[in-house]
Design a protein around this ligand. Sequence first.
Ligand code: CAA
Ligand code: NAI
Length: 706
Amino acid sequence: MSRETALPSVESTLHGNILVLTLNNPPVNALGVEVRRGLLAAIDSATDNPAVAAILLVGAGRHFCGGADIREFGKTPQAPTLPAVVKHIEDSPKPVVAAIQGVALGGGLEVALAAHYRLALDGARLGLPEVLLGLLPGAGGTQRLPRLIGAKAALDLMLSGRHVNAREALELQLVDRLADADDALAAGLAYTRELLSSQAGVRRTRDARALGDQPLQREQINAAREQLAHKSKGLLSPHSIIRAVEAALDQPFEQGLQEERRLFLECLDSPQRAGLVHAFFAEREVLKAPETRIAQPRPIEQVAVVGGGTMGAGIAVSALDAGLRVTMIERDQQALDRGRGNVEKVYDGLIEKGRLDAAGKAATLARFSASLDYQDLAQADLVIEAVFEDMAAKQAVFKELDRVCKPGAVLASNTSYLDINAIADSVSRPADVIGLHFFSPANIMKLLEIVVPAKVAADVVATAFELARKLRKVPVRAGVCDGFIGNRILAVYRQAADHMMEDGASPYQIDQALRDFGFPMGPFQVADLAGGDIGWATRKRKAATRDPAARYVQIADRLCERGWFGQKTGRGYYLYAQGPRSASQDPEVLAIIEAERARAGITPRTFSPSEILRRYMAAMINEGANVVHEGIALRPLDVDITFIHGYGFPRYRGGPLKYADQYGLPQVLADIREFAEEDPRFWKPSPLLVELVDRGTDFDSLNHAD
Ligand code: CAA
Ligand code: NAI
């Protein structure tokens, strides 16, 4: 074995007559410019070196390659491009073998597809997830993959972005060989030697014939296009992927590559790509809360929930699904039976859908117990309180927890709005108290706001982040205020929507404008889903302290007074004559709105969809800025992730503050100032927004400040 010269990101080592090229760019061997240069140079030197009979590509560390370096997107491209490198690999006159351990994703799989033979180790995961970043495989993937595995399977991989395991990759003929080994180098060398001894030569994926049956392939492309019309509303890159695969079918390889390049660059330039890449990095940044850097999480095995209603049951299921043991406490036997029933219902639903069997349910519920006795929480590592939204009720529960829980147990509240400092101060161990704000349904929604009160210990915060990891939630650190990050901002833009409704827009128009923007539901649909009674109770509670000069729209109160709480009562803003899934516009609601306008002395005017959006987003962005300004959210990206994972904000727009950057902060500020002319009390520009505009910068600049 002798060492050859190489650029540092690609190590080049001769093993007998096999040149091993090791991608070495931790943590995932992304194909940054140094790696691309290194690969190109190494392939050239292998071609010129008579001692080399074959080339083996492997990755250093855990992974083969995580794809293009996502951080380079949007920056000035540096040669060589990945397509050029990939072409070089495929054109190598000496056989090239890729031995894949860990992941081969995106450009990483495209590199492997350009190799002449592919070996996957057990545990390998392969995929083309570019669509999740608003892109398409831009280094020949859209042309090589269909030729290798057919249009249908290729479209499935590229449109879903899913990872396939090594076995499925073999079944798809995406790889040629599996190795039950954990050393890619050894397995790859053995395979390459075998290929050399059997005189296997160069075999280019571009020459593969899986697209042979043209009419069938075309049918499959059309089917994918039809499905897309229903599924990926508003997204650019899935359509581009289909067009690229069509080009693979219709055009010679080189022309297909050109079409792929054109479509790739179009996607690369799109705001959707910028939004999705922002979301990718933001999801990783939210994990890096200051406390997680300085403290170790406490061990969590035994979890308890107090309250088995909507949230308590959902949280219990989420913890059970993560393999934890869960005890539920309720206030009386009837409520306890209902709580247990709420948990069982979730698993029965899965059985009905064929996604679980009775044995699976029994095995999960063996880790679940329900009790009326707080003493049963003595060994709990973490207790999550989810009783009624009432300070006295919560403090009474915490008093019991303080009495029975072992030292070091984490005591959490799922409160939506209440002051967690006041809860913490009511017990003898405030350092153990934290907010864990799950979203409904708690076993499905990804967001977990980790609400950090003044006296909490750093290791309790770290424990909350570790819990989120175990539960597969997306955690966002939030400070204490009324509504934390999400509900505080929601309260403001909901008011903006109510103002528009009273001024002349119907709730149906407003919902439509927001669905067209990319939300799965508009705010009035959401209100009907969540149930109007909850907001009504909050409004009544706050009535005494409300600023009497502030505008207050009473339409929601008029609906609630009639018992119209939304889906659960068969009517709210919409009529649900045929059950929760049937929503129709309700003329009686429109009449109530008319009457309320008259009562308030308002002459209704028309609103265009773009004005609706402008006002709604300005309210959301402005309060988002306040939340960052006050340190409730650490950075703008924390607001973005809260809205993407808790409030249905379209991911491809990157979150409200990313959207604000794209829309232009000076324009947001101008909109707010324009609206303030009619209602200066409601429309007060956030000091942070004003400051950013004055400095000529954007929210994103704060995401990178240390
Ligand atoms: N480029 C740059 N950085 C990347 C990266 C990439 N392709 N993939 C991961 N990283 C970074 C992450 O941002 C993270 O950085 P920090 O530690 O600073 O936060 C670090 O690598 C580790 O990543 P994860 O925390 O996600 O680690 P993991 O072990 O949980 O997952 C992974 C590893 C499965 C590779 C996951 O990171 C992943 O899915 N990465 C994205 C893969 C991808 O989408 N590739 C396609 C790129 S687009 C492309 O290739 C286009 C083309 O065709 C030309
Ligand atoms: P819910 O009314 O469905 O359930 C509350 C449960 O607590 C009931 O089963 C009740 O019997 C039980 N309970 C009341 N007092 C108790 C006590 N002293 N000891 C034991 N159990 C007691 O309410 P929901 O919706 O589950 O809300 C619970 C908490 O979660 C509230 O603080 C709410 O603000 C918060 N939350 C609610 C969300 C939602 O969408 N419903 C979302 C996020 C948080």
